[in-house]
Design a protein around this ligand. Structure first.
Ligand SMILES: [Zn+2]
Length: 124
């Protein structure tokens, strides 16, 4: 399924995500919880969630179940990194639940969104 998203829009989303990422990294550092030295080490902390999108969502949901404040930051960072990866892979902005395009308005407000508004309502 190849749905093309406007390149300028993607570039802007990437910028927003990278901004958010630096902000999250700063917040995590300030908490003194841990030092993060780049993506590889960070990724190593998370088990491989598998290739199936549904598994990913389930794992993240499981994570979010018993999370402290710092863990929330880590999950946000995880989601931001995931969104950045999706931009690279060319499947950014596609709802993980139903496969439709997430509205640009929603993505602008929440660049790391992985589900469309309808699915978000259904699953929250
Ligand atoms: Zn959806």
């Amino acid at each position: 399924m190849a749905m093309k998203v406007d390149a300028a829009f993607l570039a802007e989303q990437k910028r927003l995500l990278e901004e958010r990422k630096s902000q999250l990294l700063r917040e995590l550092k300030m908490d003194g919880v841990q030092q993060l030295h780049g993506d590889n080490e960070y990724d190593a902390k998370f088990p491989d969630f598998g290739e199936k999108e549904d598994e990913n969502a389930a794992e993240v949901a499981a994570y979010e179940g018993n999370l402290s404040m710092e863990k929330n930051l880590e999950v946000s960072l995880f989601n931001v990194n995931k969104a950045l990866k999706k931009i690279e892979e060319g499947n950014y902005g596609i709802c993980e639940k139903c496969g439709t395009m997430i509205s640009p308005e929603r993505l602008r407000a929440f660049p790391s969104a992985t589900a469309c508004m309808d699915c978000k309502k259904k699953f929250m």
